[in-house]
Design a protein around this ligand. Structure first.
Ligand SMILES: Nc1ncnc2c1ncn2[C@@H]1O[C@H](COP(=O)(O)OP(=O)(O)O)[C@@H](O)[C@H]1O
Ligand SMILES: [Mg+2]
Length: 398
């Protein structure tokens, strides 16, 4: 290799770092700075003049040597473009010195554009080699710089998205705690004073009205609590206190609570004996009760007059306890089952006399999952529905 060639190589790499630097200095400036580089003669390439750089996707930054008119430049640029990705030479009679070569700037990762030089005649092999490697190294530098810039932009975008999500989350939890206070406070006053009124000596009609107020108030309170619970789960703000909870005890509490409702509808409740249900599960006691109450109250609401509700439990070899709540209601048609755990979807019950909101089951499922469990359903139309709550065993049977 001649000394001349070695010097040219050094120039190639300094030009390459210039290009990299200009790319790193900013996106909008990138084309401009590179075009600035164009027009400077590559000193040691005696017969060639660097007349431009074309950047793929950014257009041609062709700068003509002295004497090149704008029209000639446009014509040359068009002709170079038509050569395709491999570049080549085009004659430019209108533009001294006469011929323009486009050397592709590319790496294995892609095509960055062309390095454009002008000369009167084809440069000798040695100079062509230098020009080719100059183009190639510039391509590698440009593509790498582009990849780096893309990566930086992606990282920046991800960070901004996370900041945005955090802001939304904070706003949501603030809204929740506010709403929970703002809605529950007046509602508790309504319920409290309603209860006081109930103690008074009321005429029959008045007593009925107070009863309406209290029942509607309770319904609203239940609804608010459910919506807030659901929102809390969704924003990840549900606080659970997991402990070992005796299954029989929660089943008994549930049965006690729905007993009066079941009696009203002449429903028989079958519950397991303490011996049949001597398991403890890992769960939040209050939330577990809430889930079972939801399932049991559905079993009461969606049942036939004089039917039955059966609660049972069973521990599997897999360390899971399954609590089943079965009813003898109309069942859920197979084509509606996929919609079952969808909030506010009452599967048509909204046209019936049965009161509800369509949140209970979604909430029950989400609560079960938050406690590391699951809630599944099996239903036979015309015969009844069984919901199965599955939780992890906390310890050996007592
Ligand atoms: N045990 C059941 N038997 C038949 N249908 C049921 C049963 N439980 C729930 N469903 C249906 O699923 C819907 C959603 O239940 P749920 O989320 O508890 O809401 P809600 O009881 O307030 O309507 C109910 O409206 C009802 O149509
Ligand atoms: Mg319900």
């Amino acid at each position: 290799m001649t000394d001349e060639l070695r010097r040219l190589r050094a120039q190639v790499s300094s030009l390459q770092s210039l290009l990299t630097l200009s790319k790193l200095m900013g996106d909008s400036g990138d084309q401009l700075r590179i075009v600035h580089l164009a027009g400077t003669a590559v000193p040691s390439l005696a017969r060639c003049q660097l007349v431009g750089v074309e950047l793929a996707g950014a257009g041609w930054g062709l700068v003509g040597p002295a004497g090149g008119s704008a029209a000639a430049l446009r014509e040359v640029a068009g002709a170079l473009q038509r050569l395709g990705q491999h570049g080549g030479a085009v004659a430019s009679p209108a533009m001294a010195p006469g011929w323009v070569w486009a050397y592709p700037m590319q790496s294995a990762a892609g095509h960055a554009g062309f390095l454009v030089v002008a000369a009167a005649a084809e440069p000798p092999a040695e100079e062509r080699f230098v020009l080719q490697s100059l183009a190639q190294q510039t391509g590698v530098a440009l593509i790498n710089a582009r990849l780096q810039a893309d990566e930086r932009a992606a990282a920046e975008a991800a960070l901004e998205a996370k900041r945005e999500a955090d802001r939304a989350n904070t706003a949501k939890s603030e809204f929740l705690s506010r709403m929970s206070h703002e809605l529950r406070t007046p509602l508790n006053a309504i319920l409290g004073f309603g209860q006081l009124l109930q103690l008074d000596d009321l005429a029959e009609e008045q007593a009925e009205s107070v009863d309406h107020i209290l029942r509607a108030g309770q319904h609203l309170l239940g609804l608010i609590n459910e919506v807030l619970d659901l929102a809390r789960i969704e924003s990840g703000h549900l606080a659970l206190s997991p402990e070992a909870v005796g299954v029989f005890e929660v089943i008994k509490d549930t049965v006690d609570l729905i007993g009066p409702l079941a009696t009203e509808r002449a429903l028989r409740i079958q519950a397991p004996s303490p011996r049949e249900c001597a398991w403890t599960v890992q769960a939040d006691r209050q939330r577990l009760k809430q889930v079972l109450l939801n399932l049991a109250s559905n079993a009461v609401k969606y049942n036939r007059h004089g039917g039955s509700i059966s609660l049972s439990c069973h521990a599997g070899d897999d360390g899971r306890v399954r609590i089943a709540v079965a009813d003898t209601g109309p069942g859920i048609p197979a084509d509606k089952l996929p919609r079952l755990f969808t909030q506010f979807d009452r599967l048509g019950a909204e046209h019936s006399e049965v009161q509800g909101t369509g949140i209970g089951l979604v909430l029950a499922k989400r609560l079960a999952e938050a406690m590391g469990g699951a809630l599944t359903v099996a239903s036979v139309e015309g015969q009844g529905t069984t919901f199965t709550l599955e939780l992890s065993l906390a310890m050996e049977p007592v």
